[in-house]
Design a protein around this ligand. Structure first.
Ligand code: AHG
Ligand code: MN
Ligand code: MN
Length: 339
């Protein structure tokens, strides 16, 4: 445990050791920490301010927006759009991209985010979080378009999430390992918790919404059946199952103590080949998991290699401890058939 090193101090030290680190990116991380503190505050006061429940609107994906989805989206916009670091923003809660209005003040990054992941948990006081991804903006920023955001996850310069649970925790990567911080509310600072987080290898937990079993692709059906067979099955170990219903919280558990998270391909839905969104849910988590020594796949290819073709594109996502994810990939290779 590091004694009281703040997020700023940590990155200042990193910058002294590696002067090639982009200081503008560190400043963006600082903006993000501020945004997450404000969202944590809004979330924790939600019931007292009559901020629970639906906003009465739908997002572009036809999902009910919660009041706190919109409040968190607004906080993200206010904390990032006037800093001079960001050229344009995109969010789960905004149909189209949001370029910074003054083209002369556009910075060198594109920011994509899910302002509140796990919205259905808000009203029942369970963990939720904010997920973000930073991509390079094009050299010519006079005309930013959706096309500029359609970059594979390997291009991410930074990715992370904040989780609003028993503590507020910020987990992020600048492609040099994974660092986690815990919010000390008394001093309003994120304090270093783990400077170089590695995902544990030993795994006996899986996370999947089994109510949708009839919609899983064949290899996932067979993998989960073998997990459930436990020590008497081919895996030769007993598993347990956990499902928070907020990917950010499920993935945080998997990053913290190992295991696997699956929101697999639905072979019966051509237009929705998964539930989770590529740019602001799957990609940032995939980069974090890879940087922590784990794997993230669609089943057939690394998530980070997928070329996006639209802003709110959905994708199958399987991530976690490297050996366990590799096992699911092997099920896809040896018997890819569905049903
Ligand atoms: P969001 O609240 O941002 O729309 O995301 C919800 C996602 C994800 O967080 C979670 O893993 C998944 O939906 C849960 O889906 P089910 O309702 O199928 O369990
Ligand atoms: Mn989400
Ligand atoms: Mn969301």
């Amino acid at each position: 445990m590091h004694q009281g090193i703040t997020l700023n101090q940590f990155f200042n030290e990193q910058w002294h050791q590696q002067p090639e680190i982009d200081v503008d990116l560190l400043a963006l991380v600082d903006d993000m920490a501020r945004a997450c503190k404000r969202i944590a505050h809004a979330v924790s006061r939600g019931p007292l301010r009559n901020d629970l429940g639906n906003a009465g609107s739908e997002n572009v994906q036809g999902e009910q927006q919660k009041k706190l989805d919109l409040i968190a989206n607004d906080i993200m916009l206010r904390c990032h759009q006037w800093t001079g670091r960001v050229a344009a923003l995109a969010s789960e809660e905004m149909e189209t991209i949001h370029p910074v209005a003054d083209a002369a003040k556009r910075g060198k990054y594109l920011l994509v985010f899910d302002p509140l992941d796990g919205s259905t948990n808000i009203d029942v006081n369970l963990s939720i979080g904010t997920i973000f991804s930073v991509l390079p903006a094009p050299a010519d920023r006079s005309q930013i378009s959706e096309q500029d955001f359609l970059q594979p996850g390997r291009n991410q310069l930074c990715a992370g999430y904040a989780i609003y649970g028993p503590s507020t925790v910020l987990v992020l990567t600048l492609r040099q390992g994974v660092h986690s911080f815990v919010l000390d509310e008394d001093i309003g600072e994120f304090i270093l918790f783990d400077a170089d987080h590695r995902i544990p290898e030993q795994c006996c937990e899986f996370a999947i919404n089994s109510a949708r079993q009839r919609l899983w692709e064949g290899p996932v059906q067979r993998y989960i059946a073998d997990c459930i067979a436990g020590s008497e099955g081919p895996q030769r170990k007993d598993y347990t199952m956990r499902w928070v219903g907020a990917m950010v919280a499920d993935a945080h558990r998997v990053l913290s103590r190992g295991g696997i998270f699956l929101y697999p391909r639905n072979p019966y839905s051509a237009d929705k080949p998964g539930k989770l969104r590529l740019l602001y849910e799957a990609n940032p988590l995939a980069l974090l998991v890879e940087q922590a020594g784990g794997r993230a796949t669609t089943g057939t290819e690394p998530v980070l290699d997928v070329q996006p073709h639209k802003l709110h594109q959905r994708i199958p996502l399987i991530l976690g401890s490297a050996d366990e994810v590799a096992r699911v990939e092997a099920y896809h290779r040896t018997d890819p058939g569905d049903g």
